[in-house]
Ligand binder design. Structure first.
Ligand SMILES: [Zn+2]
Length: 137
C-alpha cells in the first residue's frame, strides 16, 4: 500500500491509499479517484514540500577576519624590513632610484601627485593599505 497526498482541480487537499504506485495512475485515468469534498475526478498527486535537514552545525568561528590578519602581517613585515622615512619618502625614493643611497625598502608619506610622479619616472611605489606606525627619526 502506498499513500499519496492528492489535490483536486479546485485545490482541495486529501490523502488516499493505493495498492501501488501504478494503481493511482490507472484509477485516476479511469476517473475512479475523486475528491471527497467536491467529487471532482480531476485529481493529481500534490507536491510534497522538500525536507530540509535541520542538523545544526555551528559555523566555524574566527576571531579575526582573514583580511585584517593578512593586513596586520603585511604591516608588521613592512615595518620590520623597511625604513620609515616619513615625509621625505619622495626624496628618498628618488635618491634610491638614482643610486645616491643604497637600495633599500622604505615607506613613508607622499602626496598622491608625488607618488604618481614617481611611478611615471619608473620608480615602483605602492600605497600602503594601512597607516604606518610613526617612528621618531
Ligand atoms: Zn475538490
Amino acid at each position: 500500500m502506498i499513500r499519496y497526498a492528492l489535490k483536486c482541480a479546485d485545490g482541495h487537499d486529501f490523502e488516499s491509499w493505493f495498492q501501488n504506485a501504478g494503481a493511482f495512475d490507472t484509477l485516476a485515468k479511469a476517473g475512479h479517484v475523486t475528491c471527497p469534498d467536491c467529487g471532482s475526478g480531476d485529481v493529481s498527486k500534490s507536491l510534497m514540500a522538500p525536507r530540509v535537514a535541520t542538523t545544526k552545525t555551528p559555523a566555524p568561528k574566527t576571531d579575526t577576519p582573514p583580511r585584517e590578519a593578512d593586513l596586520a602581517a603585511f604591516k608588521a613585515k613592512v615595518e620590520a624590513e623597511c625604513d620609515y622615512v616619513g615625509s621625505s619618502f619622495v626624496t628618498e625614493a628618488r635618491k634610491i632610484h638614482e643610486g645616491e643611497t643604497p637600495k633599500r625598502g622604505i615607506y613613508g608619506e607622499a602626496k598622491p601627485k608625488d607618488a604618481l610622479a614617481l611611478l611615471q619616472d619608473g620608480i615602483a611605489v605602492a600605497p600602503l593599505p594601512f597607516i604606518p606606525t610613526r617612528k621618531a627619526n
